[in-house]
Design a protein around this ligand. Structure first.
Ligand SMILES: Cc1cc2nc3c(=O)[nH]c(=O)nc-3n(C[C@H](O)[C@H](O)[C@H](O)COP(=O)(O)OP(=O)(O)OC[C@H]3O[C@@H](n4cnc5c(N)ncnc54)[C@H](O)[C@@H]3O)c2cc1C
Length: 225
């Protein structure tokens, strides 16, 4: 059985493995972990002129970022009503805008770095039990009444079944502004370093506790085995 990630295993061009760290690297910022969090931190700091040493214990994208379902949603697991009842209408609006901004930021990243994300717009949420259908309809009504730009549409039993050629579903909704975004981690991992920035990626370095200050900068040392 292969323990390789789907993204690594299905790559159509070889994923260049970042070199293993030997000795020391000097950098303004040391980022630990080559998943979306680490790569995004490294990329955005480097865009502002910082030099980065990114240390990855395994391979870039070997954690959750290289193994996920690639679903890109506008919102959160909780509805606007949920946020509003607990934290107020202003907060609920702000958190909705944050989701939209994150989504727009992803679009910008894909365009700017020409990332081959195999981006497919539209997500279909289906109910595999008849009893879930009313909740799906109520969800669409609630979201669309608050955020008409959200792009949700209820689909009934016939449409659901024809869309997926299966009789297993009873309805659901289509979210035209969400998407599937496959393989993006794989391309992030190697397009960013080519983008003329001071990004130094390493692999197979598990950080333990090894910072050492040197003058104005900092250096990281390879941890003891
Ligand atoms: C099965 C699954 C499906 C998912 N589906 C979706 C989805 O459809 N849509 C969605 O938005 N989210 C999804 N997620 C969540 C999403 O994948 C994660 O929130 C996201 O990838 C987290 O990114 P990360 O960079 O924080 O962590 P990771 O991608 O896990 O990266 C952490 C990296 O740090 C490295 N590391 C850890 N410790 C050290 C150390 N001491 N030294 C050096 N390196 C270290 C690890 O090797 C790893 O590569 C899913 C998650 C899983 C597990």
């Amino acid at each position: 059985m292969s323990l390789s990630t789907y993204y690594h295993a299905s790559a159509t061009e070889p994923f260049p493995c970042a070199p293993q760290l030997t000795g020391s690297i000097a950098a303004d910022v040391c980022v630990v972990g080559g998943g979306y969090t680490g790569l995004s931190t490294a990329l955005h700091l480097a865009r502002h002129g910082a030099s980065i040493a990114l240390l990855e214990a395994s391979r870039i994208g070997d954690g959750a970022s290289g193994r996920n379902g690639g679903q890109v949603h506008n919102g959160f697991r909780h509805t606007s009503r949920w946020f509003e009842s607990r934290l107020g209408a202003d907060f609920a609006r702000q958190i909705w805008s944050l989701g939209i901004e994150a989504r727009e930021h992803l679009d910008w990243l894909i365009r700017t770095y020409n990332i081959d994300a195999q981006y497919r717009p539209g997500l279909l949420h289906l109910c595999h039990k008849r009893s879930y259908v009313d909740a799906a309809r109520a969800h669409v009504d609630e979201v669309m009444s608050r955020h008409p730009e959200a792009g949700l549409r209820f689909v009934d039993l016939n449409e659901a079944r024809s869309l997926v050629s299966s009789d297993d579903y009873y309805g659901g909704y289509l979210d035209s502004h969400s998407a599937i975004c496959m393989r993006s981690i794989w391309h992030w991992g190697w397009r960013a370093p080519r983008a003329n920035m001071a990004l130094n990626f390493t692999s197979r370095v598990r950080l333990r506790a090894c910072f050492e200050r040197r003058g104005a900068g900092k250096s990281t040392r390879r941890p003891a085995p």
